[in-house]
Write a protein that binds this ligand. Structure first.
Ligand SMILES: *Cc1c(COP(=O)(O)O)cnc(C)c1O
Length: 356
């Protein structure tokens, strides 16, 4: 399907200080959108960025039929424009869509939409090291109906915006709070879909974490509250003795693309990486004894986020003296070198939109 483009008459000024951008606050001049009706996607187009018109009874607003994705466009040192494994985001969105009884998006059309929009907004892609253009595909159910059933109509849109490097003051550890009061997702639920309700359900715990002086929440499994699942918007890895371990994808964990990349890249770099259940009590004991020398989160926004401290049941557990460990540092360097096209792409992960 051809994407019709309507450009703005006058472009907004592009922020000059990339490091002051923050995350998710600035959006570009245009957006992609199309509607689903009568069993088909219609009218794919790029238009000036604008507010959506939704019926106040739109089902997505009442019953949570909403799915989203998040990936980045990178500008390499030589001026090339790259995406990192966009096929995985496109595939994951369709998986989320199936779980929420929403229509799939033809992968070629989705990729074409991302590429066309990113190219049109190329001047917005930050040139500063570590900064990128964040890409947010979103789908919402639009039938005006107050009843619980899958909607017959949807809007799919993509907005993009420049984001600062996640670590404005350098690659510093974060502190993470573990809650035994709330759970995020249970097997058979929607924890492995990128859907709005998961994040709404996490807010109470996040506020508790912040009140306790931590920045993010570590989720335990919902049944025994014993096995580690993931962090708010990141998967998590532990360096236990000589091995790097992450929780297996049990159905209640979001299958991160960074997680998958870290497993493959880590093994390629000679680290032993495995998927195995991690018991929170053993893990904290191993942190205290020093058997766990590193913990880090992985997700698109931060890439790699070293964890310096856990909080659990009023106790504090310091990891590696709140210092970044060598594995986290190495993986961060290698992954970002790949994403910015600084090293050869031996995994075929980089999708070049425009060559350097
Ligand atoms: C998006 C997300 C992740 C990370 O996925 P990436 O594909 O690596 O960005 C992890 N956990 C949750 C809950 C998420 O929403």
């Amino acid at each position: 399907m051809e994407i019709k483009i309507t450009k703005v008459e006058k472009r907004k000024p592009i922020p000059e200080d990339d490091m002051a951008l923050g995350f998710g606050k600035v959006f570009t001049d245009h957006m992609f959108l199309m509607e689903y009706e009568d069993g088909a996607w219609k009218n794919p187009r790029i238009e000036p960025y604008h507010q959506l018109r939704l019926d106040p009874a739109a089902m997505g607003l009442h019953y949570g039929q909403e799915v989203f994705e998040g990936l980045k466009g990178y500008r390499g040192a030589g001026g090339g424009i790259y995406l990192f494994r966009p096929d995985r985001n496109i595939e994951r969105m369709n998986r989320s869509n199936r779980r929420l009884m929403m229509p799939e998006i033809p992968p070629d059309l989705h990729l074409d939409a991302i590429k066309t929009l990113v190219l049109l907004e190329r001047d917005w892609i930050p040139k500063t090291e570590g900064c990128a253009l964040y890409i947010r595909p979103t789908m919402i159910a639009t039938d005006p109906f107050l009843g619980v059933r899958p909607s017959n109509t949807y809007v799919f849109y993509i907005i993009v915006g420049p984001v600062a490097a996640y670590y404005p003051e350098g690659f510093n550890p974060v502190s993470i709070y573990t809650t035994d009061k709330y759970v995020r997702a249970v097997r058979g639920g929607v924890g492995d879909a990128k859907t709005a309700g998961n994040y709404a359900a996490s807010l109470a715990a996040q506020i508790d974490a912040i009140k306790a002086g931590y920045t993010q929440v570590l989720w335990l499994d919902a049944i025994e509250q014993k096995y580690i699942e993931e962090v708010g918007t990141m998967n998590i890895m532990f360096k236990i003795a000589g091995e790097t371990i992450t929780s297996p994808l049990t159905g209640s964990i979001l299958p991160g693309i960074t997680r998958d990349s870290v497993i493959t890249l880590g093994r390629d770099l000679g680290y032993e990486v495995s998927e195995a259940p991690v018991d929170v009590n053993e893990m904290l004991k191993d942190v205290q004894s020093g058997k766990i020398s590193e913990v880090f989160g992985c997700g698109t926004a931060a890439v790699i986020a070293p964890v310096g401290k856990f909080g659990y049941l009023d106790e504090e557990y310091l990891i590696n003296d709140y210092q970044v460990g060598p594995v986290a540092e190495h993986l961060y360097q290698e992954l970002t070198d790949l994403q910015y096209g600084r090293i050869e792409d031996r995994f075929n992960w980089i999708h070049t939109i425009e060559a350097a």
